[in-house]
Design a protein around this ligand. Structure first.
Ligand code: DGL
Length: 273
C-alpha cells in the first residue's frame, strides 16, 4: 500500500456541484492530490433513472482509475443514493458516498428525533436517506422534500436573486411547518444556498452539509489503509479538473467556489469509458 500514498483521490459529480465537497476535502486534507470529474455533458442526474445514473457512475470510475486514484468519493448525492452499492461491489478501489456521512451527522445533532432531508427528485424518490437514518435509529422521523429548481438557480448564479427567495419559500414552507430540528442538504448545490435556507428555516434548525463528514470519513479511511499522503512536495498538492463538456463555463463557476484559481480544465469523452 505504501506506493499509493502520493496517488490522487478521485472525486466525481454530475457537474460543478461536487466542488463543494472538494472544497471541504482540501480544507481537511490539504496534502492530498485530487482528480475531479464533473459530468457537465449529462447533468442533471437528479431527473434520471437509477439504471442511467449507475451506467454514468461506472464510466466515470473507469476513467478515474486510468488516473491511478487510490480512493474515490462520489460527491453527487444522487449518484451516492442510486449507484454506490452497485459500484462498490464492482470495482476494486475504496469508494465513499455522501449519504451515510450526512445521515450520521444529522442523527448526531437531532434532539427531537426529527430530521428533514432536501435533495433532487431521484434522491428523494430513492428514499435512501430515510433507510440509512433508520438503520442508525429506527425511532427517528424523516421528512424528505425534493427541491429540483435549486440546482439551476445556483448554476445560473441566482444565489442572491429575489426569485430564489420565492422558490425557497415554495419548497420549504411545508418543512418549516414541521418540528424538525435538523436538516440535511442532500444535494451538492444546496450548500451554496445555505445562508438563504438557514435564514428561512430559522436558527434553531441545525443545517447539515454532508461534505464535512464525508471529508472526515475519507481522512479516516486513508489513514486506516495507510494511504494518506505525507510527502507533498514544496509546490503543494496537485488538483486536476476534467469535465465531459463546457470546460470554460465549468472553470468560471469553479472559480467562484474554490479558494484558488482553478487551472485549465480538460474535456474527456466519457462515453469512451
Ligand atoms: N449533483 C447532484 C446531487 O448532488 C445535483 C445535480 C444533478 O441533478 O445532477 O444530487
Amino acid at each position: 500500500m505504501e506506493c499509493k500514498k502520493g496517488a490522487p483521490v478521485g472525486v466525481f459529480d454530475s457537474g460543478v456541484g461536487g466542488l463543494t465537497v472538494v472544497r471541504e476535502i482540501i480544507r481537511q486534507l490539504p496534502d492530498e492530490n485530487i482528480v475531479y470529474f464533473g459530468d457537465t455533458a449529462r447533468v442533471p442526474y437528479g431527473s434520471k433513472s437509477p439504471k442511467t445514473v449507475i451506467r454514468f457512475s461506472e464510466q466515470i470510475i473507469r476513467f478515474l482509475k486510468t488516473k491511478q486514484v487510490k480512493a474515490i468519493v462520489i460527491a453527487c448525492n444522487t449518484a451516492s443514493a442510486l449507484a454506490l452499492d452497485t459500484v462498490r461491489d464492482k470495482f476494486d478501489v475504496p469508494i465513499l458516498g455522501v449519504v451515510s456521512p450526512g445521515a450520521r451527522a444529522a442523527v448526531a445533532v437531532t434532539q427531537k428525533q426529527k430530521i428533514g432531508v432536501v435533495g433532487t427528485d431521484a434522491t428523494v424518490r430513492s428514499g435512501v436517506y430515510t433507510q440509512v437514518i433508520h438503520r442508525m435509529d429506527p425511532q427517528i422521523q424523516v421528512i424528505e422534500k425534493a427541491c429540483p429548481l435549486f440546482v439551476p438557480l445556483v448554476e445560473e448564479g441566482f444565489k442572491e436573486h429575489v426569485v430564489t427567495q420565492e422558490i425557497i419559500e415554495y419548497y420549504l414552507e411545508s418543512l418549516r411547518a414541521t418540528d424538525i430540528d435538523a436538516m440535511i442538504l442532500g444535494c451538492t448545490h444546496y450548500p451554496l444556498l445555505r445562508s438563504r435556507i438557514r435564514a428561512y428555516m430559522g436558527e434553531e434548525i441545525q443545517i447539515v452539509n454532508p461534505a464535512y463528514e464525508t471529508a472526515a470519513d475519507l481522512k479516516a479511511l486513508l489513514k486506516e489503509q495507510n494511504m494518506d499522503n505525507d510527502s507533498t512536495d514544496a509546490s503543494g498538492s496537485r488538483y486536476e479538473f476534467y469535465v465531459s463538456d463546457m470546460a470554460e463555463k465549468f472553470r468560471q463557476f469553479a472559480n467562484t467556489v474554490m479558494p484558488f484559481d482553478v487551472p485549465e480544465t480538460n474535456v474527456v469523452n466519457i462515453e469512451d469509458f
